[in-house]
Design a protein around this ligand. Sequence first.
Ligand SMILES: [Fe+2]
Length: 704
Amino acid sequence: MSRRLFTRTPALTGNDAAAKREEIRACFHATFDRYEQLFEVLTGDAAFYEKPIPLRHPLIFYFGHTATFFINKLLLAGLIEARIEPRFESMFAVGVDEMSWDDLNDAHYDWPAVEAVRAYRRQVRAVVDGVIERMPLALPIDWDVPAWVVLMGIEHERIHLETSSVLIRQHALKHVRPHAAWQPWRVAAPAPTNTLVDIPAGEVSLGKTDASYGWDNEYGRHDVQVPAFQAARHLVSNAEFLEFVEAGGYADDAWWDAEGLAWKNYAGAAWPTFWRKADDGWRLRLMLEEVPMPWNWPVEVNNLEATAFCAWKAAQTGQAVRLPSEAEWGRLYDHAGLAEVPADAPAPANLHLDHAASSCPVDTFRHGELYDVVGNVWQWTQTPIHPFAGFRVHPLYDDFTTPTFDGRHALFKGGSWISTGNESRRSARYAFRRHFFQHAGFRYVVGDALPEIETHVPASQYETDKLLSEYAEFHYGDTHFGVENFPKALADLAIRAMGTRPARHALDLGCAAGRSSFELARHFEQVTGIDFSARFIGLGVQMAEQGRLRYTFAEEGELVSYHERSLAELGLEGTRGKVEFFQGDACNLKPNFSGYDLILAANLIDRLYNPGKFLAHAHERLNPGGLLLIATPCTWLEEHTPRAEWVGGFKRDGENFTTLDGLKAVLGTHFRLVEGPLDVPFVLRETRRKFQHTLSEVTLWERL
Ligand SMILES: [Fe+2]
């Protein structure tokens, strides 16, 4: 096929900064354009607004989302100063995985017209172009420079190019049409017989070392000594999987683990999701059409189905058939002698959109003794995603990976026909819940049982992230120096001030780990907690779902202690059902977050990029007579709030202008100061011997 290759991910290295700037610009344009071209396959407006599957947003969300992502990250990095279209940007944020904090209630979204989103995308494109033009660029590109943020936006869009193609494949046929740029493979034949290949023992080094953009979870180091095993030469084809279906594999619970069984019963699954049973035999749903079953293409299943197949196959053959580990896949890659996708030639694999817009026969691309070690479809492993030694969260995308370190997100490797850029690389580590469908199948292996470390996330029940642990302790842990628990003290203060006012719904804005939300729920019928950080929300969600939280805590040096806290021991068990958590930007909240009797904003305003905007609109979200509680340590820092946006803490007209002065000035029109300022102390424990002791200034305002 002699069309232009889809742009490769720029190397981070080089010696010509001007050329690199052009390369990044070209990659941005190619990605942005190809993404829009994907949505050309939709037949009309209904295709944008009807959900392909209930647990995900409609496609209009994804059309806007990748553009909003650029704006959000550029804002966060301080590379642009203002939002482009705040209303769109409040709707198009979040929304990748089935996160419990992603608001999927249709009633909360008044989706804009497709044409308006197209126009918005054009604006974003111009803004990003401007950033690429102006940004300082030194080589190699490091992960804390502007170019990294642009690359992050590009790679994020490439991920959504793939995940959106899956959603389109899950859309009703009437919503899609064939497209010249998205033509599937047209070759099918009977499947080859699968055989086993001996893979000798060897050491595998995981952890990113190549000089291209990577997500935080790829860094660090993980060396594994892999014993000898055997691997199927081919990915499991539709024909090979048919044996399992025809043997009653879906009807027989014996082959399914507990999670698989629960999913199978819930979903009513009786065969692979993209298979269709027609009068004249099996057919396969591709992205844009249905075709007679191509028996020699790889089967696409979720991790649970792949695991059940292996259990069945093991019983049939008497061999220890199972899914590989992440490290075993690394061995296959090394054993096959593979290299990354070449810059100027088509990939020797069904990868990177270099060939066609679908899977292809499993005996098309040979890699040493094996086929399809990369490409065609992703290959499920047994390994739950976990951090390598040395893992650090990227500060601009702190919720890319950490919410998936829960032991329930399995890694898959190798990429599919539409995996491009970072996704196509050996070091890529993407993980999904085991019931999720992507363009993913599997290759089974025969080998000894895997060590626990490859199949379970070590200490997964314990939060080990330092910042999160500190906040877990701050919210749910011990008190120190006789200082009362701060989130509880504020909630108590708010509840007392509410008196006999209506107490239907409270908003805990900047809720962090969520303690105040639970405390407020003792008095309010319903409490909504919102925080900018999905990592913090995760703590509150876990508390609400499981009623307990476990975390490790720094004692001194490398020594940690283990802690467990429960709502029950805090007397809050009864509040669980009254609290919900969402991720959101306090300066740009969705309109449906309104009608509150109380807004609690604890240690929030001096962490916002535009506190004035939040304060100027706070009254719109409160019922008349409702209260606004603001607590602030007044620690204004340029890293959080540009100097021009500080509410106070500077000289104005030669006189001191405090935060309280600033609050009075902004809130005066719509509020009456009813209490305060009060000093409410808090203690944040860093280690056994180091504590921060701070006084937060608390004021209570009544909405006029
Ligand atoms: Fe996303």
